[in-house]
Write a protein that binds this ligand. Structure first.
Ligand code: ZN
Length: 454
C-alpha cells in the first residue's frame, strides 16, 4: 500500500477532519488538499474558487459549450489568441474528451463546417429531485439530455439514510437501463458503470448550505439537519455530488430552458409548500445561509380577517398556512371534499367545484400580495409560477397577476411579466443537470482537471 493515511504526520491541531473542525478543514482547502483527504465534492468546490485563466482550455470550452464561439476562427476572434494557441487548446480539450468535432448540420442552419461541440457522451450525470412525498430521478448525458428517468414515492421525514438508500438503488437501476446490462451484473461491471458517472445533482425540499452541501434546519425533513449528502455517496462514486434546495434548481432549470434573456427572474413554486428561487443578474442567489427566497413563511395574517392559522413551521399567519397545497387540502377536506394531495385539490378546481375554485382564487390573491412586495423589492423583469398549482391553475395565475399589477410600485411593475412554468414537473431535474454541468465545466475546474494549460 502506497497510500498514506490522512491521519499520519500532521500535528494534532492540524488534523484534517471530514466533519466538524472547520478551521482544520479550511486550512486543508487553502493548501489544495496535499494529503488527499478531501472528497471529490470538496475538491470541486476548491477548484471553482480559483480564478480562471481567461485563455486556458476551460475558457475555450466555455465558449464552445455556450455556443458563443464554435469554430477555430470564431475562437480566435473572440479571444484574440493566435491560431497556434487555439489549435493547442482544442487539441488538449479533444484529448481530454471534453469536446468532439460537430457534424455539419446544414439542414438545421446551425453549425458551420469545422465546428466543435461539447462531447456529450464523455460520461453521464445522475440526478434526483427529492420532494416531501415523492422523488424524480434521471440519468442524462453530459449535455443534460435525459437518457432514462424514474419516479417513486418516499417520505422525506424518514431521514437521510433511508431516503438516500432509495436514491442509490434507483441510480443503479437507471445505470443498468442506459448501459444495456442485465440485472444482477458483476461487481466489476457495477464499478465500471459507476465510474462513467461524472457528477451527481440532488435537490431537497429544504435549505442547503450550498458550498458544503449540507442541509440546514429544514422544517419538513426530520433527521436531516446538518447532514452532508455527498458523504453518503463518497464510497460508491468518485465524482462530485452537488446539492441544492429544490426550488433553486427549478428556478435554474426554468431560466435556462426558456428565459435566459431575463437577467432578473423570480421563480415561485406553489405546490404542497411555497418557496421561491431568485436569479439576479443571471446568477442564482442563495443568501448567506441558503435561506433566500423563503416566500412561504412571510406573514400575511394582517390581510385576512379572523385568527391567523397555524403554519407547519410552527408560526401563525404565514402565506403557506393560507395558500400552500397542504393548507388548501385541509380547507377543502373541512367542507367535505376528498383532497388528500395537492393534485386532488387542483383536479377539483379544474372540474369547477366552487369551493376549490374559490380557494385557488384566494390563494392567488395572497400569493399576489406577497409577490408584489418581492417585485417592489427586487424589480425582476419576469415572475414564473411553477409547482403543481402554479403550473396548472389558471384561476390562481389570474388572481396573482391582477394583484401584483395593482399592488407593486409602478416602476417595478411597468415591465414585469408573470407567466407559468414551461418545464412543469421537469424543472427540478433539468435544473439539477444545469447545476452539475456548470460546476464540472467551470473554467477553473476544467483547467485544474487538465492541469497543463500554461
Ligand atoms: Zn410558516
Amino acid at each position: 500500500m502506497e497510500e498514506i493515511s490522512a491521519d499520519v504526520g500532521l500535528p494534532d491541531d492540524e488534523q484534517p477532519h471530514r466533519d466538524g473542525r472547520p478551521a482544520a478543514r479550511a486550512q486543508e482547502v487553502a493548501r489544495g488538499d496535499p494529503a488527499g483527504v478531501l472528497d471529490a465534492s470538496a475538491r470541486l468546490a476548491h477548484a471553482q474558487g480559483a480564478t480562471p485563466n481567461p485563455h486556458g482550455p476551460g475558457a475555450i470550452l466555455e465558449l464552445i459549450r455556450s455556443g458563443r464561439a464554435i469554430t477555430r476562427t470564431q475562437i480566435m476572434q473572440t479571444t484574440g489568441l493566435s491560431r497556434s494557441t487555439v489549435a493547442l487548446r482544442l487539441e488538449t480539450l479533444l484529448a481530454a474528451g471534453y469536446i468532439s468535432p460537430a457534424a455539419f448540420e446544414s439542414s438545421t442552419g446551425g453549425r458551420p463546417p469545422g465546428s466543435f461541440q461539447l462531447n456529450r457522451s464523455a460520461g453521464v450525470m445522475l440526478l434526483a429531485a427529492i420532494g416531501a412525498s415523492s422523488m424524480q430521478l434521471a440519468v442524462t448525458d453530459m449535455g443534460g439530455n435525459l437518457l432514462a428517468r424514474d419516479r417513486c414515492e418516499i417520505d422525506v421525514g424518514e431521514g437521510p439514510h433511508a431516503v438516500l438508500s432509495v436514491v442509490a438503488a434507483r441510480f443503479d437501476l437507471l445505470l443498468d437501463q442506459t448501459g444495456g446490462a442485465r440485472p444482477g451484473r458483476s461487481a466489476r461491471a457495477r464499478r465500471a458503470s459507476r465510474a462513467s458517472v461524472k457528477g451527481i445533482g440532488i435537490g431537497v425540499p429544504g435549505p442547503v448550505e450550498f458550498a458544503q452541501g449540507r442541509v440546514v434546519r429544514p422544517p419538513i425533513m426530520a433527521g436531516w439537519d446538518g447532514y452532508r449528502v455527498a458523504d453518503f455517496f463518497a464510497n460508491d462514486y468518485p465524482c462530485p455530488v452537488l446539492v441544492d434546495k429544490d426550488v433553486n434548481l427549478m428556478a435554474l432549470g426554468e431560466h435556462r430552458a426558456g428565459w435566459s434573456d431575463a437577467a432578473h427572474m423570480l421563480f415561485v413554486k406553489v405546490s404542497t409548500g411555497i418557496g421561491s428561487g431568485l436569479i439576479m443578474d443571471h446568477v442564482l442567489q442563495r443568501g448567506a445561509h441558503g435561506g433566500a427566497g423563503d416566500l412561504g413563511h412571510l406573514y400575511v395574517g394582517h390581510l385576512v380577517p379572523g385568527e391567523p392559522p397555524l403554519c407547519r413551521c410552527g408560526n401563525y399567519g404565514c402565506l403557506e398556512a393560507y395558500a400552500a397545497g397542504w393548507a388548501i387540502c385541509q380547507q377543502l377536506s373541512r367542507v367535505g371534499h376528498r383532497a388528500d394531495t395537492v393534485r386532488d385539490a387542483a383536479d377539483l378546481a379544474q372540474q369547477g367545484v366552487r369551493e376549490a375554485v374559490e380557494q385557488m382564487q384566494n390563494a392567488g390573491r395572497l400569493l399576489g400580495e406577497t409577490i408584489a412586495m418581492a417585485v417592489s423589492l427586487l424589480n425582476p423583469s419576469l415572475v414564473v409560477l411553477g409547482g403543481e398549482l402554479g403550473t396548472r391553475q389558471s384561476d390562481m395565475l389570474a388572481a396573482v397577476r391582477e394583484t401584483v399589477y395593482r399592488r407593486s410600485l409602478p416602476l417595478a411593475t411597468r415591465h414585469v411579466q408573470i407567466v407559468s412554468s414551461r418545464l412543469g414537473a421537469d424543472a427540478g431535474l433539468l435544473g439539477a443537470a444545469q447545476l452539475v454541468g456548470d460546476a464540472l465545466f467551470f473554467p477553473s475546474v476544467v483547467d485544474e482537471a487538465i492541469g497543463q494549460w500554461a
